[in-house]
Design a protein around this ligand. Structure first.
Ligand code: AMP
Length: 331
């Protein structure tokens, strides 16, 4: 985050019609390299729509209420505000480790009682003891470029990055920028990127070997362990022939945490999928012959968390948003 007095931000750009600079940057070359140039020319502030909401939790809020609010607003995590120091206090995230902590360290009754009373600040203390908190709270100033935000997201393996303004000693949480929002902004405002016509099979984007998968009967705890051990955000659920049946996502864990279902992590993942949040947006699949442009066009049109690559419904790979962003800023 930048220090000192921040410049007065310009009025936010609309997603449409296309921002002229982005058009110019891309229409001439139709190369992915132009996407990086475009991201260098625009700030995080440009991502903000005219009207939007920011969900911020005070660190004294009970964790249970925070979980309910996250689910109600369909977001995976939210920035925290410490009203004692009047400062941004990190992101509320990492419920998987909380669930694993209670599963291994305490009885169900104790866990229920503790969770009932746990404040976010208490959760942060547990996370700190477990060595799960980052040494510093990562944020970016709204006037830094989308390129800088992308680099930071990728370097720290983050899916979202809070925008925090600072004037003198006073901080304001402005919004949260995500990998999805950056890709969508690019796809919506730079039509040329949606015309990039190289097929995924020729681009080397995504993971196609040593995939972490589970079957419907895999115990949930094994899937949660895969999230942590493999540093991934989704595990495809396949049958014995490799047919994709579903995908268990990190977001699904929120529902589990709210329901207090952390006592039964031996349940098959298929059972946990039934508890999935009602606003589940579905799974996006693509094939190796889809082009980069087609994939970005899908991102422009609808919320996407990742693409599951299939051939005749059989799992071939995973193309995550971080894979796409990394390709676009490095080529
Ligand atoms: P993500 O957490 O979705 O940003 O993915 C991080 C990295 O892990 C990306 O390079 C993905 O291609 C890869 N990845 C995502 N899901 C899986 C999976 N189930 N098995 C193996 N690799 C994965």
């Amino acid at each position: 985050m930048e220090n000192g007095v921040s410049p007065q931000p310009p009025p936010p750009a609309q997603e449409s019609p296309a921002a002229p600079e982005l058009e110019t940057a891309l229409s001439g070359t139709e190369s992915a390299g132009a996407a990086a140039t475009a991201l260098q020319r625009h700030t995080c502030y440009d991502l903000l729509p005219v009207s939007y909401k920011v969900i911020v939790f005070d660190t004294s809020l009970p964790v249970k209420k925070a979980l309910a609010a996250l689910l109600q607003h369909g977001v995976q995590s939210a920035p925290l505000w410490d009203s004692n120091s009047m400062r941004f206090a990190g992101m509320l995230t990492d419920f998987i480790n909380l669930i694993r902590h209670y599963y291994t360290n305490t009885s169900y009754d104790n866990a229920l009682e503790e969770i009932e009373q746990l404040q976010i600040s208490g959760l942060r203390e547990i996370q700190q003891k477990m060595g799960l908190l980052r040494p510093r709270n990562i944020a970016i100033h709204p006037m830094q470029t989308l390129y800088e935000a992308s680099k930071l997201l990728l370097k720290d393996h983050l899916h979202r990055l809070p925008l925090v303004d600072r004037v003198g000693n006073q901080e304001t949480i402005v919004s949260v920028v995500t990998q999805y929002k950056i890709l969508k902004y690019l796809a919506a405002n730079a039509p040329a990127v949606t015309k990039l016509d190289t097929q995924l099979r020729d681009l080397g984007i995504g993971t196609f070997e040593n995939l972490a998968t589970a079957t419907a009967s895999t115990p949930l705890i094994e899937v949660l362990n895969l999230f942590i051990e493999r540093k991934i955000s989704a595990v495809p659920i396949v049958d014995e022939k490799g047919f994709v049946l579903d995908v268990y996502e990190k977001y699904d864990v929120l529902m589990l945490a709210r329901e207090g279902a952390f006592y039964d992590l031996e349940m098959p993942v298929s059972e946990a999928l039934v508890k999935r949040a009602p606003d589940f947006e579905g799974i996006h699949t693509c094939t190796m012959s889809d082009t980069l442009g087609q994939v970005l066009e899908t991102i422009r049109r609808m919320p996407v968390h990742r693409f599951i690559v299939v051939e005749d419904n059989t799992l071939k790979g995973v193309v995550s948003l971080s894979d796409l962003l990394s390709y676009l800023i490095n080529h």
